[in-house]
Design a protein around this ligand. Structure first.
Ligand code: ARG
Length: 277
């Protein structure tokens, strides 16, 4: 295992949205069960713990205003993918989430004044795209198979002029790339191999020989749905084995509890979109 590359200034900017209207009223991934009660107050409290943790690590949090009728809006990772002040907009797979894209577009255009690129193909933002600024000069890893159309990968490459590596996800429990793979720093990743097709596993092995490998249990504990600034890795408190692996690899795990939000099929990373200015 190589030691993590430490960024000189690890401060990051993130977009989050308080789960004021969070419920599980439809099922669009295997984690969601509309029959299971959700404690929205607890979701808000746990979400705030995540926000405070990130602020405590020196990061800047921007907030998106929650809108009634959009219970999944808390999972801001899906609203866009940004690099160098350009936001590549989302186009959601499921109609229940479709209106979220416009809220993100308004945020990037009006509040940040960034260039916003309208997607022509279905894609779910940071949820299916991971960015490694120092890997091969800047590489985007892109998932497909459940939510994002591979045609969006091509549009993304043309938009951002960075190589996009398409990876096929094969396990419905790991329906977004960010449930199966995470950028740990500017050049290295952690991932759960079996979440990918054999060919995509081979690609990952070739590109990232020093990757940290996560077991199925780690991935099921949302241990890969993490937010890393290259030093601190914020992850779900139940992912203790993953936390140990991260510590052994030289990172500093920081645990947060997000049990209510797991009922929607997401954890730490799903609640955070990185704003790469
Ligand atoms: N209920 C949401 C959905 O199925 C969860 C999204 C989780 N987000 C993520 N980036 N994995 O769309």
């Amino acid at each position: 295992m190589t030691s993590p590359s430490v960024t000189a200034d690890p401060a990051r900017s993130y977009l989050m949205c308080p789960p004021e209207h969070f419920t599980v009223e439809y099922a669009i991934n295997p984690w969601m069960d509309p029959g299971q009660p959700v404690d929205t107050e607890l979701a808000l409290k746990q979400w705030d713990g995540l926000r405070e943790t990130l602020v405590g690590l020196g990061h800047q949090i921007h907030l998106l205003s929650p809108r009634p009728g959009l219970p999944d809006m808390v999972y801001t990772a899906n609203g866009a993918f940004s690099v160098d002040g350009t936001a590549f907009g989302a186009r959601f797979t499921h109609p229940q989430r479709a209106p979220e894209a416009a809220a993100h577009r308004d945020f990037y255009q009006q509040q940040l004044g960034w260039r916003y690129v309208r997607p022509t193909e279905t894609n779910e933002g940071d949820g299916d795209f991971a960015y490694l600024p120092a890997a091969y000069g800047g590489t985007i890893l892109a998932g497909y198979g459940f939510r994002t159309d591979p045609d969006a990968h091509r549009q993304l490459q043309e938009t951002l002029s960075r190589p996009v590596v398409s990876l096929r996800l094969v396990d419905p429990l790991f329906y977004h790339l960010d449930t199966a793979l995470a950028a740990l720093d500017d050049e290295n990743i952690a991932y759960h191999p079996a979440a990918f097709s054999p060919a995509s596993q081979r690609v990952l092995r070739q590109l990232f020989p020093h990757a940290l490998l996560a077991s199925r249990a780690d991935a099921l504990a949302f241990g890969l749905n993490l937010v890393s600034d290259g030093q601190h890795v914020v992850l779900n408190s139940e992912a203790t084995t993953m936390a140990d692996k991260l510590a052994a690899a030289g990172y500093q795990p920081v645990l947060v509890e997000l049990t209510e939000l797991h009922k929607g099929g997401g954890s730490v990373k799903c609640c955070v979109a990185e704003l790469r200015g």
